[in-house]
Design a protein around this ligand. Structure first.
Ligand code: 5RP
Length: 229
């Protein structure tokens, strides 16, 4: 097993009979889906899942998991997802893809949000390696960009893979990919983006993770927050 699979395997052990489990998006989340499905078939576990993206729903169904529509649920027991960056205080950067609205919704609706990643995701501050994805109402993208530039942000609207149009998120938003000055803390960045009108959602997950499982060459380290599980 590589490190991403190892940590996903460990997280799948947290599933219990009767749980509603949120499925993240990405390669580590895919391993989680596979190991969850394996536990379901090996142990006869009765679980329902809810997916953070169409691609994860397709994967889960193909593995034999029952996938429930998010609109049917008000809370879930467990949400397991990867991340692009993780700081020592468990702030996360997520949403490299275009599904961060659903990812944050499920992360916040979960009694436990478990992050699974390899050691390469550890950083000292959010934005150290990656740009911050910010989903915006299409009509507001220039105004939001201007507001953020006043705080020293630099970046632009995301283009599609063919570079012949703008990218559109799973929820019909445009996406700004922005860098912010180093002196802005994770908390301040989260507050700034939460308070900017026109922002639908953003990739900074501040104070949401319950636990982070980090795999490093076959060993797993558990990083905890003060948030009660
Ligand atoms: C997608 C995400 C992913 O969880 C993040 O990009 C990590 O992906 P991977 O497990 O493939 O490294 O936030 O929106």
């Amino acid at each position: 097993m590589n490190d991403k699979e190892l940590v996903a395997f460990k997280a799948a052990k947290l599933a219990k009979n009767g749980m509603v489990i949120g499925l993240g998006t990405g390669s580590t989340a895919n391993y989680f889906i596979e190991h969850l499905a394996k536990r379901q078939s090996d142990e006869g576990l009765s679980i329902s899942t809810v997916a953070s993206s169409t691609i994860s729903a397709i994967k889960a169904e193909s593995c034999g998991l029952k996938v429930v529509a998010i609109s049917q649920l008000s809370r879930i027991n467990l949400y397991v997802d990867g991340a692009d960056e993780i700081t020592p205080n468990l702030s996360l950067l997520k949403g490299r893809g275009q599904d961060l609205v659903m990812e944050k919704l499920l992360a916040k609706a979960a009694n436990q949000f478990i992050v699974v990643a390899d050691k390469g995701k550890l950083v000292s501050r959010i934005g150290e390696k990656f740009i911050i994805p910010i989903e915006v109402i299409p009509d507001a993208w220039k105004m939001v960009k201007h507001q953020l530039e006043k705080h020293g942000a630099k970046g632009d609207i995301r283009l599609n893979t063919g570079k012949d149009n703008v990218a559109v998120s799973a929820h019909g938003s445009y996406i700004l990919d922005m860098h912010f000055p180093e002196h802005i803390s994770d908390e301040a960045l989260n507050t700034l983006l939460n308070n900017t009108t026109g922002v639908v959602e953003h990739g900074v997950f501040y104070g949401i993770a319950s636990q982070v499982l980090i795999a490093d060459n076959g060993n797993i380290e558990v990083m905890l927050t003060q948030k009660p599980l």
